[in-house]
Design a protein around this ligand. Sequence first.
Ligand code: GAL
Length: 404
Amino acid sequence: MMSNTINLQKAATGGRAGLHGKNTLGLAMSFAAVLLAGSSVRLAAESTKFVPGEVWRDTDGNPINAHGGGMLSYGGVYYWYGEFKTGRTYLPECNKSWGGTRVDTVGVSCYASTNLTDWKNQGIVLAAVTNDPQSDLYFTKVLERPKVIYNRATKKFVMWMHIDSTDYHASRSGVAVSDQPTGPFKYLGSFRPNAGVWPENVTDADKIAGDSNPLARDFQGGQMARDMTVFVDDDGKAYQFYASEENPTMHVSLLTDDYLRPAGKYSRIFIGRSMEAPTVFKHGGKYYVIASGCSAWAPNAARSAVADHIFGPWTELGNPCAGTGAGNTFQSQSTFVLPVPGRKDSFIFMADRWNQWNLPDSRYVWLPLKFSAEGKPLLRWQDQWSLEEASNSEQFSLKMSPAK
Ligand code: GAL
């Protein structure tokens, strides 16, 4: 129903053309005002449409700029954190062999919403620095895939992120904290996780040092950590998943109770499978991962996996995507899976459609995540869809508690 949508202009930033001339991500302002007042108004079926791959705009009308992002739900509000990408896209000499284009690092952006469609810009909550080349946050370095989790005991919002040198050889994890979800976040520093610790599932062969064995090579100094996410389990324990050992093998690593460091317990998973862009969620008491293969900004076929225990063993379930576009995850790469508000065991798959030569014009591909009859995660392309379709529910509460 047109009256419930805002007809917005497309950003003429070049790069990939959108699929539609109209962006229906936003709601009518009056509706948004009701939401922000905390009402439990039910959502009209036509009022919220996600249009994957379109330019999505915030409540000021600007394109939402939060790439490689993650979601935190806290106090009835969703916070979307991501890489703020602006300015010229260029290819540093050191990344020429693999097409590793970049923009100068600006920092981590945050947007807030109560309905997942009206996003209010909260600004840069962790800023890059321009005056200290030694800093991890220096604008020529890499800050990617920020994820924020809330620690109930310390009442701190804890941001984890991939920190790297321009050439991605440093391969570190950074941590920042804030007292509020909207920052400012205080940067605590970076490290390579799990220095001096063998994984739970280590073998004798794994311990033999050599350049062909990054696990042993990096035992003292800490394990390489590139693409990453963090996941908080039902019992409050948090875990970091990171692409390690030059990328072929992922690690799942328990965090300390304050979520600020690795706790010294981790496991190697998807050994030799070269998976990155990990997302983690729980369904029916089992753990699921959806991740990508390793092909830099170019999309590839997603992978999925299930486990009874977070440290594994993990069983791969194949490509969760079906239908047209399944071979390259509908031209996108995973970044987060969000449980749908008000509907148990329903999830939104969130991904980035990277634009390698115009990174600020990278788009968002969100799709409802279903489960097949065999219980495997299932993603199908939708030109546009609403939360009701994700949840398979006639009625849908805008509050995060289950609909009554
Ligand atoms: C991808 C990775 C992105 C970014 C990119 C750089 O493989 O998932 O987060 O690092 O490579 O080319």
